[in-house]
Design a protein around this ligand. Structure first.
Ligand code: DGT
Ligand code: CA
Ligand code: CA
Ligand code: ZN
Length: 575
């Protein structure tokens, strides 16, 4: 499907138009259309062939023509024209966090800055602070952002790696003579980002599998190829390593290549203490130099005297000690999830109706879902004013009646994602919050405030008795936005004291709280919940990414609010 490609191009056009200070409505039209196409559940090429482009909400005649032009010719003339009159370095400046198109345009106009180096020099020479609306703080922030941009990783999101892994496994599973196949490395450990993708397999005729691997349609470049292994590049920058190993040592090799390196170092020390040398291929008994082979990973751990340790925990964060003590947690599983406590609908910036979201959640086997649309200060996301929230509470009651008539054993909870405003107050009065079944509070504005200010805002929200959950508690967006400055210990202490629940937001580029914070929260006695923050029915499936984080944070079913039944949930919410 070319949906992403087309959306990406339209986003870029919006940025270019903005750089050239074009008409605001035109700019908004492009980004709106891009968003709609990005989340379109069907193939854009098909929609185009069937002449239905204009039925996509946000796609008017002009944009439909451009999309059609792209699908037919592979380019958009207007896009090319914009590119031609824009210094190439200028668009890249938009990736420096804190630099919007207006500022970039001004920097170009006033200081003739056309690329990153020129921007950095101007900032160092203090030429930026003298510009209108800039000042020393913004100048320093620009320098910091440039540093971050230069260091930015080439790692990819777990959710980007996932379909690639699935495609490759499915492809190779179709080959004759293949036995085991599995992903290893950081992907198997479900890290939030993945450096490269490692795949291990066993096969009767390894060369055939390697040959098929390098000839897969998605392979763009072959970096190396041997009789039992190969490395390739897919999607321009993503490296995939395949190793075919002997059946008898599959368990040992899988253990080794799952990592992490830190976990493996500890495991090897422990093996040595117990009289074994653990290598990539075998466990060697030191007394008689006997090599022991294991085709199952469990048996490798057992031979060293340990219970099986789930891949997600293999980071040397205490898992070996816990395994030795016999206190490993029984990790949460995807099937334990009973509902989703933070989703949006078309009442604010979501794209599905309340009933559609309910049906989709029910189809996933959930018992409940909480509709939490935005509050008024998030105007850009269609936040609901108080009267509209009251209307929505009534609409949800009606939906529940409808579900009851359908004989569905499913409940829609009336919620809100209330903004914690820059001054620390909540965006609705307490009486209205008290009428909701679930109140999720979160920070969207004033992200640049001091640690003291932001921590204070979060704690005052936590201390409000109507607030049940704090959503995406650190505000980070992987590779795009650092977490805001916040004293997480103080926040977690307040949450533990008031029994406020901390969210693991499952959006694949948020994953917030992250694994380390989630583990800390649990250790401090804080209850967590895992929410999709879905803006359409499909995004409900993002829950699995949050479950990954929970597992990496050692969470068990009992630590997660929405792994409990509706009855237990309601008794915790005490409303
Ligand atoms: P990544 O790709 O950066 O997200 O992280 P990993 O963990 O997938 O690392 P990668 O691809 O370099 O190597 C895969 C696994 O192989 C790694 O998790 C552990 C094992 N491994 C690689 N190099 C070493 C090493 O020098 N020592 C040990 N003990 N294990 C290693
Ligand atoms: Ca890797
Ligand atoms: Ca690798
Ligand atoms: Zn949300």
């Amino acid at each position: 499907m070319k949906n992403r490609e087309v959306a990406g191009l339209l986003y870029e056009m919006a940025e270019l138009l903005e750089l050239h200070a074009e008409n605001r409505f035109k700019i908004i039209a492009f980004s709106k259309a891009a968003r709609a196409i990005e989340s379109l559940p069907e193939d854009i090429s098909l929609v185009c062939r069937e002449k239905r482009l204009q039925s996509i909400s946000g796609v008017g005649k002009a944009i439909a023509q451009k999309v059609e032009e792209y699908l037919k010719t592979g380019r958009i003339e207007a896009h090319q024209e914009l590119l031609a009159k824009t210094p190439p370095g200028l668009v890249k400046l938009l990736q420096i966090s804190g630099l919007g198109p207006k500022t970039v345009f001004m920097l170009h106009e006033k200081l003739n800055i056309t690329n990153l180096e020129e921007l950095e020099t101007a900032a160092r020479e203090h030429r930026i602070r003298r510009l209108p609306r800039m000042g020393p703080t913004r100048e320093t922030n620009i320098l910091k952002s440039i540093e971050r941009y230069k260091k930015r990783s080439t790692r990819i999101l777990y959710s980007t790696a996932e379909p690639i892994v699935n495609d490759i496994l499915a492809y190779l599973r179709g080959m004759g003579g293949l036995e085991h196949i599995t992903a290893a490395g950081s992907f198997r450990r479900a890290r939030e980002t993945v450096g490269d993708i490692d795949i291990l397999a066993t096969a009767i005729r390894p060369e055939e599998i390697v040959a098929a691997f390098v000839r897969m349609p998605l392979v763009e470049e072959v970096l190396a190829q041997g009789p039992t292994k190969a490395s390739v590049i897919v999607q321009e920058t993503i490296q995939v390593d395949l190793r075919i190993v002997e059946h008898q040592s599959f368990g040992t090799v899988l253990q080794y290549f799952t990592g992490s390196k830190e976990h493996n170092v500890r495991l090897r020390q422990l093996a040595l203490n117990r009289g074994y040398s653990l290598s990539e291929y075998s466990l060697t008994r030191l007394t008689d130099s006997q090599d022991l082979f294991y085709d199952r990973e469990e048996d490798v751990y057992a031979a060293i005297g340990l219970p099986y340790i789930a891949p997600e925990m293999r980071e040397d964060r205490g898992e070996i000690e816990a395994a030795l003590r016999g206190t490993l947690p029984r990790l949460l599983e995807p099937k334990d999830m009973r509902g989703d406590l933070h989703v949006h609908s078309d009442w604010s910036d979501g794209r599905a109706s309340i009933l559609e979201m309910a049906h989709a959640a029910q189809a996933l086997g959930y018992e409940y879902i909480a509709l939490c649309d935005h509050s008024p200060s998030i105007g850009i996301a269609g936040g609901l004013d108080p009267e509209k929230l009251e209307k929505k509470i009534e609409a949800i009651a009606a939906v529940n009646k409808e579900l009851e008539l359908e004989g569905a054993n499913f409940t829609v909870l009336a919620g809100t994602e209330v903004d914690i405003k820059a001054d620390g107050r909540l965006d609705y009065v307490d009486d209205l919050l008290a009428r909701c079944d679930v109140v999720v509070a979160s920070v969207h504005m004033g992200l640049q405030q001091t640690e003291r200010a932001i921590t204070g805002r979060l704690i005052s929200a936590i201390e409000n008795e109507n607030v049940d959950i704090i959503a995406h508690p650190t505000g980070r967006i992987i590779d795009q936005r650092e977490p805001y400055e916040v004293d997480m210990q103080a926040v977690l202490r307040a949450a533990a004291r008031t029994k406020t629940v901390m969210e693991i937001n499952s959006h694949p580029s948020r994953l917030d709280l992250n694994d380390v914070n989630a583990k800390a929260a649990k250790e401090m006695g804080v209850m967590l919940c895992i929410n999709s923050d879905a803006h359409d029915a499909k995004q409900l499936l993002n829950m699995k990414y949050g479950v990954n984080v929970a597992r990496r944070g050692w969470l068990e079913k009992k630590d997660v609010l929405n792994a409990s039944s509706l009855k237990d949930l309601l008794s915790v919410l005490r409303r």
